[in-house]
Design a protein around this ligand. Structure first.
Ligand code: 5MM
Length: 339
C-alpha cells in the first residue's frame, strides 16, 4: 500500500470548489433513465451520453474532481478512439470505478439488503488500476422505516463488507469511497433518519478500524439527514445541515479528508441548498462536497435528449457550477434563476 499516493488522491477528490460526478449507473438503471427521454439504451447511446458529459471541458476542469464509472464505461472508447478514462484524466479529474455487484435481499431479513461483490475483488481491482481507475466505490443500501428497520445485523453485515472492500482497495493502491446509504423512501421522520444514520456511521468506523483501513486514504459518501420523502413534516435546509453535521461530528474521525454526499432522490436545488448550508457552518475537520448522480445528471439528460450536445453540456455546466459553489458555502438561490 502506498499511503502517500492514497492520501494525495483522496485529497484531490475533495478539492475545494469541486466534487464528484457519479456516472456509474449499471445497465438496468441507465435504461430507466433513458426511458424517461424515450431513448433506447445501447452500448453506443450510453457511450454518447457519457462522452457528452466528459467532453464538457470547462465544467469538468473547474468543478469536477473525479468521475465514478461503471465497468462498461471504463473499457469504452470515445468516438475518436480515445479511452473515456483518458478523456476524463485530460480534464484534471480522477477516473474511478464502481466495484460492488449490487444490493441483494439479505436472507432472514425480509425487505432489507446486503451488498455483494467481495469474491474475486482483489483481481478485479488490479485490472481496474491497469485500466486507469485510481478510486473505487461500494454502496451499501440501508432500508429504514419508523419501526424495526434497519436491524442491527443488517447494519453490521453491510459495514463489515464495506471495510473488507476498503482494505482490498488500499492494497491495490485505489482510494475507496465508502458509501452507506440510508434511503429516503418512506414516511419516517428526520429524527429517525438522524438516529439511524448515526448508528450506521458509528458501526462503519468501528469496522474500518478493525480492518486496518488507512482513513487518510478514504472518502466517505453518506446520505444527508433528511425526513422520508413521504413524511408529512419536511425540514428546512438549516435543520438538514445542522442534523447532518451533528451526526458526522459524532461519528467520523477527523483523519478522513473529505465527505462527498449522495443526493438520494432530493431535487437538484435541494441537494445544492443542503450542501451549501452545511458548508456555511464552517470550522469542520473534513471537506464537504458532492458525489451526485441524479442531482447532477437529471437536467443535462433532459436537455441532451439523445443528441443535443450543446444544451446537455450547458445544463451540466450549470449544475456542476451550482454544486461547486455549494461546496464552498457560496451558493445563492438567485444564481439558479440567473441560469
Ligand atoms: C449513479 O447511481 C449509482 C447506483 O447505480 P446502480 O443502482 O445502477 O448500481 C449510485 O450508487 C450513485 O452513485 C449514488 O447513490 C449517488 O447517486 P444519487 O443519484 O443518489 O446522487
Amino acid at each position: 500500500m502506498n499511503k502517500d499516493q492514497l492520501a494525495d488522491i483522496a485529497k484531490k477528490m475533495v478539492t475545494p470548489g469541486k466534487g464528484i460526478l457519479a456516472a456509474d449507473e449499471s445497465t438496468g438503471t441507465i435504461k430507466k433513465r433513458f426511458d424517461g427521454i424515450n431513448l433506447e439504451s445501447t452500448e453506443e447511446s450510453r457511450r454518447d451520453w457519457r462522452e457528452m458529459l466528459f467532453r464538457a471541458d470547462d465544467a469538468m476542469s473547474e468543478y469536477i474532481s473525479g468521475v465514478i464509472l461503471y465497468d462498461e464505461t471504463l473499457r469504452q472508447k470515445a468516438k475518436d478512439g480515445a479511452p473515456l478514462a483518458e478523456v476524463i484524466s485530460a480534464t484534471g479529474a480522477v477516473p474511478g470505478i464502481k466495484v460492488d455487484m449490487g444490493a441483494k435481499d439479505m436472507a432472514g431479513f425480509k425487505g432489507e439488503k446486503i451488498t455483494e461483490g467481495l469474491d474475486g475483488l482483489r483481481d478485479r481491482l488490479n485490472e481496474y488500476y491497469e485500466l486507469g481507475a485510481r478510486f473505487a466505490k461500494w454502496r451499501a443500501v440501508i432500508e429504514i422505516d419508523s419501526d424495526a428497520r434497519p436491524h442491527q445485523a443488517v447494519i453490521q453485515a453491510n459495514c463489515h463488507a464495506l471495510a473488507r472492500y476498503a482494505a482490498l482497495c488500499q492494497e491495490a493502491n485505489i482510494v475507496p469511497i465508502v458509501e452507506p446509504e440510508v434511503l429516503m423512501d418512506g414516511d419516517h421522520t428526520i429524527e429517525r433518519c438522524h438516529a439511524v444514520t448515526g448508528r450506521v456511521l458509528r458501526r462503519l468506523y468501528e469496522e474500518l478500524f478493525m480492518a486496518r483501513v488507512f482513513l487518510e486514504g478514504t472518502v466517505l459518501k453518506p446520505n444527508m439527514v433528511v425526513p422520508g420523502a413521504k413524511c408529512a413534516d419536511q425540514a428546512s435546509a438549516s435543520e438538514v445541515a445542522e442534523r447532518t453535521v451533528n451526526t458526522l461530528k459524532r461519528t467520523v474521525p477527523a483523519a478522513v479528508p473529505g465527505i462527498a454526499f449522495l443526493s438520494g432522490g432530493q431535487s437538484d436545488e435541494q441537494a445544492t441548498a443542503h450542501l451549501d448550508a452545511m458548508n456555511r457552518i464552517g470550522g469542520l475537520p473534513w471537506k464537504l462536497t458532492f458525489s451526485y448522480g441524479r442531482a447532477l445528471q437529471a437536467a443535462p439528460l433532459k436537455a441532451w435528449n439523445g443528441s443535443n450536445v450543446e444544451a446537455g453540456q450547458a445544463a451540466f455546466r450549470h449544475r456542476a457550477k451550482m454544486n461547486g459553489l455549494a461546496s464552498l458555502g457560496q451558493w445563492e438561490k438567485g444564481f439558479e434563476r440567473a441560469a
